[in-house]
Design a protein around this ligand. Structure first.
Ligand code: ADP
Ligand code: MG
Length: 594
């Protein structure tokens, strides 16, 4: 007896719906994508009770005639591709012809659509995949899809839904993605009869982000320096160094206009930000990659959330380079802002408790003159900056045309207080010194290699074949990093020198840790990056500690060196080195302004 049979059409659609329609937000995604593909200029999304009771998407796109409207509900019916060749170069958001029939098979569904010049439109009502009504409808040109009682006929699926609140938030996130990806389209989102947001058509991405997330975020974004190679164009906005979030909610990446999740890109962002990001935090990105459609396969996941790149390594490198370049260019803007001249103060009579001018503390020689300073050289022996050692006001303003800030003093032996045109700046002296040392060492590593010191006794050790293979491939880089290592028989190595700045008692354990570190790092991070990690870790031990009293000139030098760094505003672990408190903020706090 034969046991195999074809599934009835509706059941087949419900099975497909399992993949395409995971939750209300996926319905919203599919419907909005259809509206975008139909050339809509305005899309309205109305939901009730987390989309479980109602989702309605209304667009002013091209609409459908009656035949197409009926066909659109058939499985594998699409106007977007025709041949296998089309599949290899998809330019629309949809192409599988699965969404409408899937959604209609698991809900009470109504489609109403009208072409621009048509006399009448068409309304189709479907329940659980069965067409119940087809009739003329008189609505405005465009398309309206209404999805009620999602999963009413699949109680098991319904049980998997989260709270209405969570589903609502998922939908909102989905709309943020679509709205960010298509700034030129107006969006309205109505949740439980209240307008949650209303976005006019925007002239630029920046404008759209401002409407969505507010000015405060926009001010902390950098425009990605557009890089166009033959293969890939990268554009968009990303958070400055130090801007981060605890979740990936604002880590948006679009490939050919489609919001996607991609381990390759996540790793690239992480690597691009590297020391500009605190551990466990996520960057803020609105990044757009445009590639030849033939170089990306979007037909990987039924919900089209994932893509496969033909040249993942090339994409990764391009993204890392674009992020790095942008972050470093951010420094210039920041410096300009930071170093705006302090406006000359009128002769304010000094309050009676003002510190009395004292003799300026002398310092023998400048610090950081080409050598990596040890904590000792930084600490100095002379008089420490204390209340009674504050220089006179005239002496405080740092000389030179480019450094327009005034050092006011030091708080709690840790925070350097400074004044610039915008108000008060607090610098964490320890974090600042870490950043300076880090960049100094990195520069050396890139230029001449790290100075290394011979071990008294060279040591040999064995490794697992895979680890050994990695070391063999990277011997040259390791040597540049000051690690003198060479093969010593099959899967065995000899190590005879280590970087001078490392304080390692057991070189073999150290090497094993280095390899472990590399293995746990995301796939294929570059060995140079490993070097950076190593430096970042050691730098911390060498940097000026909190509570190290610094002399005035040392502080001044510290600030100057910090400003000369590539990424001055965060330490190598991504913590901020300085915080600006603007005069406006102070005025607010003191109730001078509302
Ligand atoms: P796909 O988007 O993969 O083609 P769908 O099931 O989502 O598959 O839609 C089927 C077809 O219905 C689309 O190819 C399109 O021609 C038509 N369609 C769907 N939604 C709309 C809409 N909002 N406006 C105009 N046409 C639409
Ligand atoms: Mg579609």
């Amino acid at each position: 007896m034969s046991r195999i049979r074809l599934l009835p059409e509706i059941l087949a659609s419900q099975v497909a719906a399992g993949e395409v329609v995971e939750r209300p937000a996926s319905v919203v995604k599919e419907l909005v994508e259809n509206s975008l593909d139909a050339g809509a200029r305005k899309i309205e999304v109305i939901i009730r009770r987390g989309g479980i009771s109602l989702i309605r998407v209304v667009d002013d796109g091209c609409g459908m005639d009656r035949d197409d409207a009926l066909l659109s509900l058939e499985r594998h019916a699409t106007s977007k591709i025709r041949t296998a060749a089309d599949l290899a170069a998809i330019a629309t958001l949809g192409f599988r012809g699965e969404a409408l029939p899937s959604i209609a098979s698991v809900s009470r569904f109504r489609l109403s659509t009208r072409e621009t010049d048509a006399v009448a439109g068409t309304e189709i009502i479907v329940a659980g995949g069965r067409i119940e009504t087809v009739r003329d409808a008189g609505e405005a040109p465009g398309t309206q899809v209404e999805v009620r009682s999602l999963f009413y006929n699949l109680p098991a699926r319904r049980k998997f839904l989260r709270s209405e609140n969570t589903e609502s938030r998922n939908i909102e996130h989905q709309l943020h993605l679509q709205a960010t990806g298509h700034p030129q389209v107006a969006f309205v989102f109505v949740r439980d009869d209240r307008v949650a947001f209303q976005l006019p058509a925007a002239a630029s991405l920046l404008e759209r982000i401002r409407d969505l997330y507010g000015n405060e975020l926009v001010e902390r974004l950098l425009a990605v320096e557009e890089s166009a190679s033959a293969k890939i164009r990268i554009r968009g906005l990303i958070g400055q160094a130090g801007v981060s979030r605890q979740t990936r909610a604002q880590q948006l990446v679009f490939v050919n206009g489609r919001a996607i999740e991609s381990p390759v890109l996540t790793a690239a962002l992480r690597e691009g930000y590297h020391t500009a990001l605190m551990k466990g935090q996520f960057p803020v990105t609105f990044l757009f990659l445009d590639l030849d459609p033939a170089a990306v396969d979007v037909n990987v996941h039924p919900a089209k959330r994932e893509v496969r790149f033909r040249d993942p390594a090339g994409v990764r490198e391009a993204v890392v380079a674009a992020i790095r370049k942008t972050l470093e260019s951010g420094r210039r803007d920041w410096q300009q802002q930071f170093q705006k001249p302090v406006e000359p103060q009128e002769n304010v009579p000094s309050p009676s408790f003002a510190p009395q001018p004292a003799p300026f503390p002398q310092l023998a020689e400048p610090v950081l003159s080409g050598v990596i300073p040890s904590p000792e050289s930084f600490r100095g022996e002379g008089p420490h900056m204390s209340r009674d050692a504050w220089p006179t006001e005239a002496a405080v303003s740092v000389a030179g045309p480019s450094q327009q800030f005034q050092i006011i003093g030091i708080l709690n032996k840790l925070y350097v207080l400074m004044e610039n045109q915008d108000g008060l700046v607090l610098v964490d002296q320890h974090a600042a010194h870490e950043r300076i040392l880090f960049e100094e060492l990195r520069r050396r590593m890139e230029k001449e290699g790290v100075p290394s010191q011979r071990l008294l006794l060279p040591q040999t050790f064995d490794l697992a074949p895979r680890d050994a293979e990695w070391i063999e491939r990277n011997v040259a880089t390791l040597q540049k990093m000051g690690i003198g290592i060479e093969p010593f028989g099959p899967n065995a190595f000899k190590i005879d020198s280590l970087p001078t700045f490392l304080d390692v008692s057991d070189p073999v354990t150290f090497m094993r840790k280095v390899i472990d570190g590399l293995k746990s790092a995301s796939n294929g991070s570059s060995p140079l990056r490993l070097g950076e990690d190593m430096i970042a870790k050691t730098v911390c031990r060498h940097a000026v500690k909190a509570n190290d009293p610094l002399k005035y000139l040392e502080v001044e030098k510290l600030i100057q060196d910090l400003l000369a760094c590539d990424l001055p505003y965060c330490c190598p672990h991504g913590r901020p080195t300085m915080i600006q408190i603007s005069l406006a903020e102070l005025e607010k706090k003191f109730g001078r302004k509302v």
